[in-house]
Structure formats: structure tokens, C-alpha cells
Design a protein around this ligand. Structure first.
Ligand SMILES: [Zn+2]
Ligand SMILES: [Zn+2]
Length: 391
């Protein structure tokens, strides 16, 4: 298409002034790029937390340099399109099914992907998946300086080589290949944990949330991770532009850099964004929730048993599902409230006509049912409104 357009310009240029040609060129260039403009980024506007920037990370992905089906540059542009800040290219060390066609140089996927990362502003982390039978299963080592020393017959030596480089190590998809997909904490994990080598666990791998692993993270104080473990093109599994984002780990870092992500992972400052849920500790979920909201109705005026509508904006990419806790003496509430992602919702309150007239704060306790603090518990929050009760 573009070729024929330039032919048109060439013919036109014989009869027109240079100025007219340049106008036509810029017009046609604009038109053609408008037609081809499908390289867009779906932003995920999570708020920052006090003292930290919220970085969206996928720390487990594959390329053709192991058993993935895409070139590293494609993997990195997918991350840009999906609104991420950082991605780890974590090709298998011990499983290289494309070795007849693709280099087995372990650093190559990162070296190739990093160039695209620099162009697009995506942090590309050099990583590897230590791939053994169960136990110990598969472990990811992030922030490696060199992957070669991890190629050893004994997995303990591979972990030692990663630890020697200051790598962050987590156990991937613990339930995989286990009876009924039930995760088992083996002696091998216990040894790595006791040595202080094993620092994190994949609570979410692809579409699978593992409540057993979530509880381990709570009990053993390990870092929680949610990763895609993508092998094919990401849109085969997840399409961020269709509100079907990949699972990702929100990392609360002191700045936007690989070094700061590493520090935050060791310090366990993560929340997981998986499907329509956020999973993490209350200390991070609560400010994330509060900073995402803006009560747009400054003053709620309630007359007797009348109804009023309160406008609440949710600037985050997650819809919050709220259920009131207990019964308010002053107003009645819907049993379920959804604060829609990136929208302003109208919430209807009805006066009970019981209290005295006057202005006062209305504090309404809720549970956010899609924000999980443990496998069984959800986040407790309060919505505070300024109310004026009229006679
Ligand atoms: Zn694996
Ligand atoms: Zn993997």
C-alpha cells in the first residue's frame, strides 16, 4: 500500500511545487501511519504507595532460546503493549528443544531483548529457569550476571552459583505434576529455605492461583509472585486490550530500576494482580485501594428516609467488589457494591431517618471481596463520607 502511495507522490511531484509535495508527503505519511497504528500500550494505572513506585512485572517468560515460540524482541514489545515496567526472560537452562536452530549461548535472549527494552523503556531482567525433576522442580534465578555457572549436574551447585551472584531465587509452579496438583513442601525446598536461598514462591502461574502456596508465603515470610510463564504469543493466553491481562506482580520499588526491583523482591514488597483479584498483605493492599479511589461527592445531604447517590471514582485497573460489614444506624446500603475499574460509580444510600439532624462523618465498613490477604480472608476497609442529615 505504501509503495503505491509513493508512486502517486512521484507522479504528482512532476507537476507540483516542492512545498506542495512536502505537504502531500506529510499528509500521506500521517494517513498511512494512522492505518497501521495498532502498536498501542494498554496502561495499567495502579497508584504509587507512600515512598514507592508501583512497577508492573512479569518475572517468568520464555523465548525461542528455550521452549518458547517467540523471539526476545517480540516478548519485550508484548510487555510494553501490556502496560508492564519490567520483564524477566527466564529461559530453561536444561531444556533447549530449538538448539539445532538457535544459539545455546545462555546470555543471548537477554542480550537481544535488552535492546528493545532500552528503546521502549522496559526493564529486561537477565534470568534463567533451573529445570529439574520434582523435587526440587523448577526454580527461577533473577538478576544473574552470568547464566553459565548454573549449568551443573547437581541442582544445589546451580543454586549456589546463583546465590554467589546475589540472585533472587523463587520456586515456580509448585503444584505442577503433583498428585491432584496439590503442592508439596519437600525436604529439598526446606533445605534451600533454611539456607536463606529460596526467597519467593509462585502463588499464581498462568491461570492458576494456588492457595497452598499462598499460605506458605504468609507462614514462611516468602515473597509472593504472579507470572505468566508464557511460551507462545501472549495474546494466545491473555489480551490486555480486551481486559484479559496476564498475571503480574506489582513490585513496590524505591525507584524505576532493576536494582530497586531486586531490593523490593528481597524485602517482600509485592502484590499480585491475577484475573479480577489482588492478592497481598494488608499493608500494601490497603493504601493501593485507598489511593485508587476518589469520593467525588463532597457532602451527602440526606433528608429523613430519602435516597442519595454518592459518586466514587476508581482510577485503578481493578474493579473493587465491596460488601458492607454490619449494619449502619444512619443509612442503608446495597448488599453488593462494585466500584468499576477506571470509572466513576454511583452508589445509592437510603436514610434511616433515625439520627439527629446535623453534619457529621459517616464511616462505613466494608470487605473488598476480590482483595485477598490470605486464602480465606479479604481486605477490611472503611469508606468515609461527609454527611448532612436534614430534618
Ligand atoms: Zn517451569
Ligand atoms: Zn517456565
Amino acid at each position: 500500500v505504501f509503495h503505491s502511495l509513493s508512486e502517486v507522490i512521484m507522479r504528482y511531484s512532476k507537476f507540483a511545487s516542492a512545498t506542495a509535495v512536502s505537504i502531500a508527503l506529510s499528509f500521506l505519511a500521517g494517513r498511512s501511519s494512522a492505518f497501521a497504528q495498532n502498536r498501542v500500550r494498554t496502561e495499567l494505572p495502579f497508584p504509587d504507595l507512600p515512598g514507592y513506585v508501583t512497577l508492573k512485572c512479569d518475572l517468568h517468560t520464555h523465548t525461542v532460546f528455550s521452549d518458547g515460540a517467540v523471539w526476545p524482541t517480540v516478548r519485550v514489545e508484548e510487555a510494553w503493549r501490556d502496560g508492564l515496567d519490567a520483564i524477566a526472560l527466564s529461559d530453561h537452562i536444561e531444556y533447549q528443544p530449538h538448539k539445532a536452530d538457535v544459539s545455546t549461548n545462555y546470555g543471548r535472549s537477554h542480550a537481544v531483548g535488552r535492546v528493545t527494552g532500552e528503546q521502549l523503556g522496559i526493564i529486561v531482567i537477565r534470568a534463567a529457569e533451573i529445570t529439574r525433576g520434582e523435587p526440587p522442580g523448577h526454580l527461577n534465578a533473577l538478576f544473574l550476571k552470568s547464566i553459565d555457572p548454573l549449568r551443573t549436574s547437581n541442582y544445589v551447585d546451580a543454586l549456589q552459583a546463583a546465590v554467589d551472584q546475589g540472585a533472587f531465587i523463587f520456586w515456580n509452579h509448585p503444584g505442577w505434576k503433583q498428585p491432584e496438583n496439590k503442592s508439596v513442601w519437600y525436604a529439598e525446598q526446606g533445605e534451600s529455605y533454611d539456607k536463606g536461598w529460596l526467597k519467593g514462591l509462585e502463588v499464581v502461574n498462568g491461570d492458576r492461583y494456588d492457595p497452598i502456596v499462598h499460605q506458605w508465603c504468609v507462614d514462611k515470610k516468602l515473597t509472593m509472585l504472579a507470572n505468566s510463564d508464557v511460551h507462545g504469543p501472549i495474546t494466545w493466553d491473555h489480551d490486555a486490550s480486551e481486559e484479559n491481562h496476564r498475571p503480574l506482580t506489582l513490585v513496590f520499588a524505591t525507584e524505576r530500576s532493576a536494582e530497586a526491583i531486586k531490593e523490593a523482591l528481597f524485602a517482600r514488597r509485592t502484590v499480585l494482580f491475577a484475573g479480577r483479584q489482588l492478592i497481598g498483605e494488608e499493608q500494601f493492599l490497603k493504601p493501593l485501594f485507598e489511593r485508587a479511589l476518589e469520593v467525588k461527592t463532597r457532602l451527602v445531604r440526606i433528608k429523613g428516609k430519602g435516597r442519595v447517590a454518592v459518586q466514587i471514582a476508581n482510577r485503578s485497573p481493578v474493579s473493587f467488589e465491596l460488601q458492607p460489614v454490619g449494619r449502619s444506624e444512619e443509612v442503608s446500603l446495597p448488599r453488593k457494591i462494585t466500584l468499576h475499574a477506571s470509572k466513576t460509580s454511583l452508589i445509592e444510600l437510603t436514610g434511616r431517618g433515625s439520627g439527629a439532624a446535623g453534619k457529621r462523618a459517616l464511616v462505613l465498613p466494608f470487605r473488598v471481596t476480590n482483595l485477598k490477604t490470605t486464602p480465606e480472608e479479604t481486605l477490611a476497609v472503611e469508606l468515609k463520607l461527609e454527611a448532612e442529615f436534614l430534618e
